[in-house]
Design a protein around this ligand. Structure first.
Ligand SMILES: Cc1cc2nc3c(=O)[nH]c(=O)nc-3n(C[C@H](O)[C@H](O)[C@H](O)COP(=O)(O)OP(=O)(O)OC[C@H]3O[C@@H](n4cnc5c(N)ncnc54)[C@H](O)[C@@H]3O)c2cc1C
Length: 489
């Protein structure tokens, strides 16, 4: 009889772990507390609008392709991709708007027009970023982060200096560029997905390569299509999926996990992959078996949370692209209010996603589907009054920039913030993207993939290696499955 493995959580990492384990012959069951799988990448439909609740940037397409390839499949068997052009656009002060082209030559020309001589330096910057991307993909990211010796590889040793692990991202970018529009373009991926540029290792310029040169893509029918595709693969491999099923305890005996508790029913398993938010997964265990104390968690630097508005608009909006970043206020000030002295931001930057530009079916005919995201510090007090205040603030700036009425065309409006992240995902301090990508929270310094006291409990997800984002969560599931295989094999 096949050995039985439980996966707690049906997000990217849980689905990924489930597929790899089922392929290896285990009897796998996913337990997901929410009504649908997908975790932070879910969707809902209201009044003819279909809103995606989390990811909107499909970066690093090679990682998704590699995932399907591991099962002898092609990503194209499941969904097709459209490369967005412009990849995205940025709104700066005084209504200046810059479209970021998807093709390299056009991008170089744009950079050159923003700062004389910077086109050439952009090419050098990207050559270096590509080296970091390739080295990380080949030698760093697919490692379980258990020991420093995993990284002892000739390419890594030879390139250690070039990987810029110990220099900071902010200074690194400013060695190449001084125009604030270019530095904002470079800073945005690390700021939105992880940590203050000054506390991020310059290694993460690999994200600039991923974002600017590998392209920004859109799956046909939207981001949830990826989850549906992974679900179809999981089912084909024999994985059982139980939604609306919250795990309330992990059972233990003699330094092993033996199963889990759902409602009042006990299920027995030979191993468990805990892929929900790490802190919450540990609360399912007796205190003595947890890897980390409350003090440990309280001293971590969390990646941002978000205040999100899902808006249905009863007209088309010309001035917005699929992805529009509003950088018309100070990035430094907002970054401080997220990381250095966490507080609700005074003059926030924000991001507007209008997926109905690419996929009109996401809104009724002639309407627009708009998702607005303001990054905020995790752990802030979240109230209806604050949400209303920021809705008015963002709408005012949007209307001023577009020079047209938006508020009176809003026919659907739902906000989503810290309290929702906590109730939907048991997210620690309501974080959206897990832990910040600081040096002290990278690779072997991240929360460990193995439970140190229980042999057959493995963690997956954006709070352990390799980190936040859909591609890392996919890789995390693969790493967790490999650990289970070693333990049970
Ligand atoms: C607003 C937002 C925007 C984002 N944008 C992007 C983007 O553009 N591009 C990108 O690459 N990434 C993006 N991300 C990040 C990406 O979505 C996440 O890194 C990824 O989805 C995390 O997957 P996961 O499996 O680690 O966790 P999750 O998706 O959180 O999955 C964990 C699952 O565990 C379940 N669970 C928790 N506790 C229990 C329990 N006790 N019993 C049963 N089930 C339980 C939860 O309900 C959840 O479904 C974004 C995230 C957010 C929130």
């Amino acid at each position: 009889m096949s050995k039985k493995v439980a996966i707690i959580g049906g997000g990217f990492s849980g689905l990924s772990a489930a597929c790899y384990l089922a392929k290896d012959g285990y009897d796998v069951t996913i337990f997901e507390k929410n009504e649908t799988i997908g975790g932070r990448n879910r969707k809902f439909t209201e009044n003819g609008f279909t809103f995606e609740m989390g990811p909107s940037w499909y970066w690093m397409p090679d990682v998704f392709d590699r995932f399907f390839d591991d099962f002898g499949k092609k990503r194209e068997d499941y969904y097709s991709l459209t490369k967005l052009n412009p990849s995205f656009s940025i709104v700066f002060k005084d209504k200046e708007k810059i479209n970021i082209p998807s093709e390299k030559e056009e991008l170089i020309n744009l950079i050159e027009t923003l700062e004389k001589g910077a086109g050439k330096r952009f090419e050098e910057f990207m050559e270096d970023a590509k080296f970091k991307y390739d080295t990380s993909m080949n030698n760093l990211i697919y490692k379980p982060g258990k020991s420093i010796f995993e990284f002892v590889h000739m390419d890594v040793i030879k390139g250690l200096f070039k990987l810029n692990l110990f220099s900071n991202f902010k200074k690194f970018v400013r060695k190449y560029f001084s125009d604030p529009r270019i530095t904002a373009l470079m800073d945005f991926p690390v700021l939105f997905l992880g940590s203050a540029p000054e506390n991020t290792p310059a290694l993460y310029s690999l994200m600039n390569y991923a974002g600017l040169l590998l392209g920004t893509w859109y799956p046909d029918k939207g981001m949830y299509r990826i989850i549906e595709s992974m679900e179809a693969l999981a089912i084909e491999l024999g994985v059982k999926i139980r939604t609306n099923t919250e795990v309330s305890r992990i059972n233990t005996e003699n330094k092993n996990v033996t199963g889990l508790l759902v409602d009042k029913e006990v299920f027995h398993f030979d191993a468990i992959v805990a892929s929900g938010d790490y802190h919450h997964m540990e609360t399912l265990l007796p205190v003595t078996f947890r890897n980390y104390s409350e003090k440990y968690w309280d001293t971590r630097t969390m990646a941002p949370s978000s205040l999100i508005f899902f808006l249905g608009i009863d007209k088309k909006i010309q001035g917005l692209d699929h992805h529009t970043l509003f950088f018309d206020e100070s990035l430094d000030e907002h970054s401080k209010e997220i990381y250095t002295s966490p507080q609700w931001p005074n003059k926030p930057l924000f991001y507007v996603c209008t997926p109905s530009k690419t996929d009109p079916k996401l809104a009724p005919d002639g309407n627009e589907n708009v998702f607005i995201l303001i990054p905020i510090a995790s752990g802030l007090n979240d109230t209806e009054d604050l949400r209303t205040h920021y809705f008015n603030l963002v709408m005012h700036r949007l209307e001023q920039h577009l020079n047209e009425d938006i508020v009176k065309h809003v026919i659907y409006n739902k906000s989503y913030c810290i309290n929702d992240f906590i109730s939907d995902y048991h997210s620690y301090k309501g974080n959206a993207y897990g832990l910040a990508n600081t040096l002290k929270q990278t690779a072997i310094l991240k929360p460990k993939i193995n439970n140190k006291k229980l042999k057959n409990l493995v963690y997956a997800g954006q709070l352990t290696v390799p980190g936040p984002g859909m591609p890392p969560a996919l890789i995390s599931g693969k790493l967790a499955a490999k650990e289970v295989n070693t333990i049970l094999g």
